[in-house]
Design a protein around this ligand. Structure first.
Ligand code: ZN
Length: 430
């Protein structure tokens, strides 16, 4: 697909119909596209990167259908900070309700949810473990201990999502909310009195660069977690499962257009979003050329009730992992919380790089940490494209990497093997 064709195609599928309900992510994104001509270029560049890396992964034949795992070296753990911005005591939700939301995310993103499809369901073979986990941050940006929750009283009685007028005010201390923590290191979630028909709004990973101060997810206190203030039929924490999907680069399953494209190969093409709790099969042999099994309405990226959505597909999980390897590459190494789940965490490796800014050569220094075998050194641009990759065959204390072929700009250097990982940013300036 040529770049121009891709661009026109993307614009054409985005503009026709933007849903007004449940999730405001695409509405906000559309507003950004209207005001920032570079936004479409950022998305285009990101999409190309994702497509390239997904093609490689697809060679791995649906991986292991019996376990739904991709043989990843590690489960990624994402530190969350929840900013409760309240005007009334009711809006000041409890720690327990917040922790229930973290548990739901961990179940849904590890395919441990109790309502996962049964093995005889036609879509069972598409379901997948995203191998992503979440925890409340235990260290704040200053390095001090935290429970991962901030509480801020606001005089704003509401944050209006209906007109997308002042919903972003919650993200700024100056406008009655709270400034976010470093979005490269935390998933910021604001829980507030978000009003209008929209339950929540996420930002896409492409905008981490353009508007870092607004990176994260905003959600009404009525649709966050279980119990407490949560309101049926969105009282099982699935709005946040859906929004985190956007935050990791997923699109709505119907592609925000009639028979639209969500850029994932193994989701079913859909005529439109679905609501309520449809019965299977939903719209069999639909007008998009669908088959007898119909639409995948139970996907987390559709609009059905919380108790009717229960799955990500393998393709969606690959897309999210690719985001974590590119635009959100720093966050898995943020090391700002300790997972409570029974998983193998990669140890953070300490290393130095110099000079900064670099010119023709980047020196990598491990010093006393030279004991690690089989390290892979990667230099990536902010869109995750690998510029240099080098597998170290033996232990080393220092290594000079020739970067003369890479143009000026910001880059990420990553070191990892099966037990350790580390990431640093650096700049090339000649
Ligand atoms: Zn959405």
């Amino acid at each position: 697909m040529t770049k121009l064709f891709f661009l026109l195609f993307f614009i054409s599928i985005l503009i026709p119909s933007i849903s007004q309900n449940r999730c405001g992510t695409m509405q906000v994104y559309q507003k950004l596209l209207d005001s920032d001509t570079n936004a479409i270029n950022r998305y285009f560049q990101f999409e190309n990167t994702i497509l390239e890396s997904t093609a490689i992964e697809d060679l791995n034949p649906k991986l292991n259908p019996s376990t739904r795992h991709r043989n990843a070296t590690s489960v990624v753990v994402i530190p969350i900070v929840v900013h409760v911005v309240y005007n009334t005591s009711t809006q000041n939700i409890s720690d327990e309700q917040i922790r229930s939301q973290i548990s739901i995310l961990n179940s849904d993103y590890r395919m441990n949810n109790s309502d996962t499809l049964l093995t005889d369901h036609p879509f069972w073979t598409s379901t997948a473990d995203a191998e992503i986990e979440f925890c409340l941050a235990t260290t704040d940006p200053n390095g001090d201990p935290t429970n991962g929750i901030t509480r801020t009283f606001t005089t704003n009685t509401r944050f209006d999502a209906d007109t997308i007028y002042n919903w972003a005010d919650v993200k700024y201390t100056a406008t009655g909310g709270l400034d976010n923590w470093d979005p490269n290191r935390y998933l910021n979630i604001w829980v507030c009195n978000l009003t209008g028909p929209i339950l929540a709004i996420a930002t896409f990973p492409t905008e981490l660069i353009s508007i870092p101060s607004e990176d994260g997810i905003t959600i009404s206190y009525k649709y966050f977690g279980m119990g407490g203030t949560s309101v049926s039929p969105y009282n099982l924490g699935r709005s946040m499962t859906h929004e985190v999907g956007h935050w990791l680069g997923l699109r709505h399953i119907w592609g925000d257009a009639s028979c639209g494209n969500d850029f994932v190969a193994d989701t079913k093409v859909a005529e439109s979003e679905n609501y309520g709790c449809p019965s299977f099969p939903r719209r069999p042999n639909n007008s998009c050329g669908g088959d007898a099994n119909g639409e995948m309405y139970m996907n987390f990226m559709d609009y059905v009730n919380d108790n009717c959505m229960n799955m990500f597909t393998f393709g969606q999980t690959i897309r999210m992992q690719n985001t974590l390897n590119s635009l959100r590459a720093v966050i898995p190494s943020a090391n700002r919380c300790v997972s409570t789940a029974n998983i193998k965490d990669l140890q953070e490796i300490k290393f130095g790089i110099y000079p900064i800014p670099a010119q023709e050569e980047l020196n990598l220094y491990l010093g006393n940490n030279h004991i690690y075998d089989g390290l892979i050194v990667r230099i990536m641009n902010p869109f995750g494209q690998i510029m240099i990759e080098k597998k170290m065959t033996q232990q080393f204390e220092s290594e000079a990497i020739d970067i003369s072929s890479i143009p000026n700009g910001s880059y990420i250097i990553e070191l990892r093997n099966d037990t350790v990982k580390g990431i640093k940013k650096f700049v090339i300036l000649r």
